[in-house]
Design a protein around this ligand. Structure first.
Ligand code: MN
Length: 745
């Protein structure tokens, strides 16, 4: 506390006030008085709370939050509320001040942001080498993307200042913080469109993780500076004249060296020395135009440049019409400059440049007044943020998977894919047709059969190229399989597929349970937990849901003998059946049962009936009887398309009916529908399964190819019961990836 007076303390107070005044100047003049009062209070609170503490560098601690606030204003363009939060960002964690104190003085918004910042800041200090803890922490940070975006923006300023002052910490901490920054903060900054922040973070990370290489490249850049500047002048001078004559309001035209980090990446990727990185700089032309003219003006600049220098036909990037989803918008072209060198030229408006450097989020949402102009850039960014929030909220991925998937989506280049109607979706490069389907709509994605890319039929795993026109071919049914997790490349599609698989498993398990229950009933066994346990034990299953799932998938084969052996622990001779299992029905009937014994109508075992032709019921189907005029009782499936009508109009003629549930000798005819993408030999493969593998008789088969490359048709088969039918369907489905099989209604 000796610091609280004397000349040293005086000097500190003077410096502190100087920096605080600078912050106020950066905030600008248009800030309302009440807001300035809040900033003042936050500054006082922080200064008092941190008083007496110093950073590793020996600097008073309060200079850190001040610097973070300064960066939030002058580098990201954030407003007064963010300044308040930046000033207070470390007090809850490091001092006696509580969140309640903050809410009491500054309100709910500020308290929420500080809360978010406190939660992610505890993160990195306690991390050792355990990757899963690390990932858990990164996940925590990504989750704040779903809250107030200012949390992450201020966090980025915090990290930026920590990186700028990293020199004074221990070697170990340096490495840890620098690699974290490269791993997650720089990609995040990139994705949020904060180009300047991203570039500085990357360069600083390199500086601390590989100081030798960093110094080597920065020295070489300095050595070649004069040569480069002379070349740039040679390139620009004639251009300047032309642009001036055009009447366009050009605010900047100059050569900019690329970042050290990006030069190093290029050298590594192309395995070339520094001297061969020909595009170590780019020419940037910035034109000041009103919003409605900016695109047209950029194209005029392009036209003037390409009149003077031959442009590379394959190197025109039009992010004017379709901004990147981080909000980046510009026109990039590569032209043949003096001395036969290819030079990249970036053309953009002043507004686009501002967004490119400081980020869209800062630009449009938190600018004072907060009124937003809706540009395609805003929308692209909004869409991205919505997709992020959705992925994060639905994801039950492990933290490690989430972070690595997310990171891929943060870093990658984007491609633009069109629907046949001309709508456009931005996807990460490497995305497949399946990703595109899920990007359009989850329900569409789940039913994807294949796609047409530029009118050519392709499978779901074919990767898309920039500008492709893609039409998704679907079926009426959910087709999600586990393989799709490899086919999909985007985090969004993957998380949707995982969700669908989970739902499907639950449904399948319920089906399996039902199949098993029927089988038990058929053999007069008690469907109890302990009997199920015996089966699970026999087939080596621990989890009920998994066991039922396998039953439904037909992976568990249970015939009568095996079932009785496991459940009753006794061996049954196949020809013993009738005696071992006397049933009410069996005791009065012979094995060669007539058709009329198979269904009990009401509680009458003898009533004659006929199976309806419209829905082909088979044993196991839920059924009902309908009393017809003159034809006796007709049996329909409860899911028969006619059932609803019959039940609603002639309710009094409906009578309950049920299968007897044992030893059906007779096969029932029913029909299945198949659809899919055409493939040589598919029909013979299907018929092989039916007649050879399953030994099922076919009554008829009718399959035809369609012009769009799909096929479809109907097969009438003779099967014994529902289980039998389900097994057949599962087998046919397994023949081909792009086939859909269902029972015909
Ligand atoms: Mn901090």
């Amino acid at each position: 506390m000796a610091l609280l007076q004397g000349p040293v303390y005086e000097a500190y107070r003077t410096e502190l006030l100087k920096r605080y005044k600078h912050l106020l100047r950066s905030l600008g003049k248009n800030i309302p008085k009440e807001k300035i009062k809040l900033v003042r209070d936050a500054f006082d609170m922080a200064a008092r709370a941190h008083e007496g503490t110093v950073r590793k560098s020996g600097e008073p601690y309060i200079f850190h939050p001040l610097a973070v606030a300064e960066a939030a204003v002058s580098e990201l363009g954030l407003g007064a509320t963010s300044v308040v939060c930046a000033l207070l960002h470390d007090v809850v964690e490091d001092t006696d001040i509580t969140l309640e104190d903050i809410e009491h003085r500054f309100g709910k918004d500020v308290a929420n942001i500080i809360d978010g910042l406190t939660k992610i800041s505890t993160v990195f200090e306690n991390v050792d080498k355990d990757h899963s803890i690390q990932a858990e922490n990164f996940k925590k940070m990504l989750l704040t993307l779903g809250d107030d975006l200012r949390v992450i923006l201020i966090k980025l300023c915090d990290r930026l200042h920590n990186m700028r002052t990293l020199g004074s910490v221990s070697e170990n901490t340096k490495l840890k913080i620098a690699s974290e920054t490269l791993f997650i903060y720089a990609p995040l900054a990139h994705r949020l469109g904060l180009n300047a922040v991203k570039t500085e973070m990357e360069d600083l990370s390199l500086k601390f993780t590989n100081p030798t290489l960093y110094r080597e490249i920065s020295d070489k850049l300095a050595d070649t500076k004069n040569v480069r500047q002379r070349y740039v002048k040679e390139f620009i001078d004639p251009l300047k004249n032309e642009l001036e004559l055009s009447g366009l309001n050009i605010v900047e035209i100059k050569g900019r060296p690329k970042s050290i980090y990006s030069i190093v990446k290029k050298m590594e990727k192309q395995q070339i020395p520094f001297e061969e990185v020909y595009d170590a700089f780019a020419i940037r032309v910035i034109v000041d135009s009103p919003l409605f003219l900016e695109k047209a003006d950029c194209w005029r600049v392009y036209s003037i440049i390409s009149d003077m220098y031959r442009s590379h036909t394959n190197r025109l990037r039009d992010w004017l019409s379709h901004p990147k989803s981080n909000g980046y918008s510009a026109l990039h072209t590569t032209v043949l400059g003096p001395k036969g060198r290819w030079v990249e030229v970036q053309i953009r408006s002043k507004r686009m440049d501002d967004i490119a450097e400081r980020g869209l989020a800062a630009h449009w949402r938190y600018k004072s007044g907060g009124k937003s102009v809706s540009t395609p850039q805003d929308m692209a960014f909004d869409n991205w943020l919505d997709a992020v929030k959705e992925t994060l909220s639905n994801s039950d991925l492990s933290a490690l998977d989430l972070v690595s998937e997310f990171r891929t989506s943060l870093l990658g280049e984007e491609i633009y894919i069109f629907t046949p109607r001309g709508d456009v979706k931005a996807l990460p490069a490497g995305s497949t047709a399946l990703d595109f389907a899920f990007a359009i709509h989850t329900e569409l994605g789940k039913r994807t059969l294949g796609a047409k890319v530029n009118n050519k039929l392709v499978s779901i795993q074919s990767s898309l190229k920039n500008g492709d026109i893609v039409e998704i071919l679907t079926t009426s049914k959910n087709r999600v399989t586990r393989d799709w997790l490899d086919v999909a490349k985007t985090a969004r599609a993957k998380s949707k597929i995982r969700e669908a698989l989970k739902a499907e498993r639950t449904k399948k398990a319920a089906q399996g349970r039902l199949i098993l229950e029927r089988l038990f009933r058929k053999h007069q066994l008690q469907f109890t937990d302990s009997n199920i346990k015996k089966l699970m034990h026999h087939f080596k299953y621990q989890v009920g849901a998994e066991f039922f799932h396998s039953v439904a998938e037909g992976q568990i084969r249970l015939n009568r003998e095996l079932l009785l052996k496991i459940v009753l622990k006794k061996t049954v001779e196949p020809n013993d059946q009738a005696e071992t299992l006397p049933t009410k029905a069996n005791s009065t009937a012979t094995n060669k049962r007539k058709k009329s014994d198979q269904i009990i109508i009401g509680d009458d075992y003898e009533m004659p009936y006929a199976l309806s032709k419209c829905c082909h019921p088979v044993p196991g189907d839920p059924i009902f009887g309908f009393i017809t005029v003159g034809e006796g009782v007709k049996i329909h499936r409860t899911t028969c398309p006619n059932a609803t009508r019959l039940m609603s109009q002639y309710g009094y003629r409906i009578i309950p009916a049920q299968w007897r549930g044992d030893g059906y000798q007779k096969a029932f005819d029913t029909a299945i529908a198949v659809r899919g993408i055409d493939d040589v030999g598919i029909v013979s493969r299907i018929t092989d399964i039916i007649s050879k593998d399953m030994e099922v008789n076919m009554k008829s088969i009718n399959i035809s190819s369609n012009e769009d490359g799909t096929f479809g048709g109907k097969i009438e088969v003779m099967i014994y019961d529902l289980l039998h039918l389900e097994q057949l369907i599962a087998k046919i489905k397994a023949t081909h990836k792009y086939i859909e099989v269902m029972r015909e209604d």
